[in-house]
Design a protein around this ligand. Structure first.
Ligand SMILES: [Zn+2]
Length: 295
């Protein structure tokens, strides 16, 4: 029984811990992140729990005790916990220990390859709540995450002018397979003709994207950007910036089960646990890790 622990930027193999309460079976490979140093990374995983059956991790669970949580704004909670950070272990392991309150119960008959995308679906649903259909015609979703593809799918169901802007060929291919209008960011030009940009990828630089927006346009941030815009450029273009909170993991799961959103084809790459260390520092997106022999 092994687990992958992040040390000095790489991943090292260690034995699983003895006090495990879960056996992860699927994990979405996160981007390397300093906050997981010395721990097993992986904010999103599906696991077999020793007594609860199939569970999925809540990638960012609010504390429910601070003033933000009590005031009804749990997405602004500063003490949000994520498996793989703080005291809780992540999903890149055959056996693992995770706090009970960071786990959401799943129906026993759900396909783990579908359920694993629930939080990405929840992010897409939350972001698209901020885009009112019809009020602004030219809307682009930006990113290479599964959430970006899923938001693109929601958008193109609403309006044929909707499009997805991405950086990876694999994203372009999957978007086209789903009937979403898509373009590479490098080919999108700088026409400043978009009314709304919806950012679903933390790897993007906002300053480079602002020139795609027309004056008085709107920027919806579903994920915090790597490099933010400065206030001056926002002021000069009279832009509105709107953070969007993810919907609940459960509502993401529901959208996948009901077929509003589709999970097939979202993974750019599927790995076994022993292949992960090699890919850890490679450029990648939407990497699904299948752990153990279960299914
Ligand atoms: Zn809180």
């Amino acid at each position: 029984m092994t687990r992958l622990v992040r040390r000095h930027g790489g991943l090292e193999v260690e034995p699983s811990i003895p006090s495990a309460n879960i056996q992860p079976i699927r994990c979405l490979l996160p981007m390397p992140d300093a906050s997981t140093e010395g721990r097993t990374p992986g904010g999103v995983f599906v696991a077999q729990h020793e007594s609860r059956g199939l569970v999925i991790s809540d990638p960012y669970a609010p504390c429910r005790g601070c003033s933000s949580c009590v005031d009804g704004l749990p997405e602004a909670c500063l003490q949000r916990r994520c498996p793989g950070r703080g005291e809780d272990e992540g999903g890149l392991a055959e056996r693992q220990s995770c706090a009970e309150e960071l786990l959401v119960d799943l129906p026993s008959d759900i396909d783990p390859d579908v359920a694993i995308w629930s939080s990405e679906a929840a992010t897409a649903l939350g972001a698209m709540r901020s885009v009112v259909p019809g009020d602004r015609p030219y809307v682009s979703v930006v990113g290479d995450s599964a959430a970006a593809i899923l938001a693109g799918e929601l958008g193109s169901q609403r309006d044929s002018r909707f499009r997805l802007l991405c950086q990876r060929q694999s994203t372009l291919k999957e978007a086209e397979r789903r009937g979403i209008r898509a373009r590479l960011l490098s080919e999108a030009g700088q026409h400043g003709d978009q009314d709304v940009l919806v950012l679903l990828d933390g790897a993007l630089d906002v300053p480079n994207l602002l020139q795609l927006l027309r004056p008085r346009g709107r920027l919806v941030l579903a994920r915090p950007p790597r490099i933010s815009a400065d206030f001056f450029s926002l002021f000069r273009q009279q832009l509105t910036v709107l953070p969007s909170a993810a919907a609940s993991v459960r509502s993401g799961l529901e959208a996948l089960v009901q077929g509003t959103l589709r999970a097939d084809g979202l993974a750019e790459r599927v790995l076994a646990l022993n292949e992960v260390a090699h890919w850890w520092n490679q450029p990648r997106a939407r990497t699904l890790v299948r752990i153990g022999a279960t299914q």
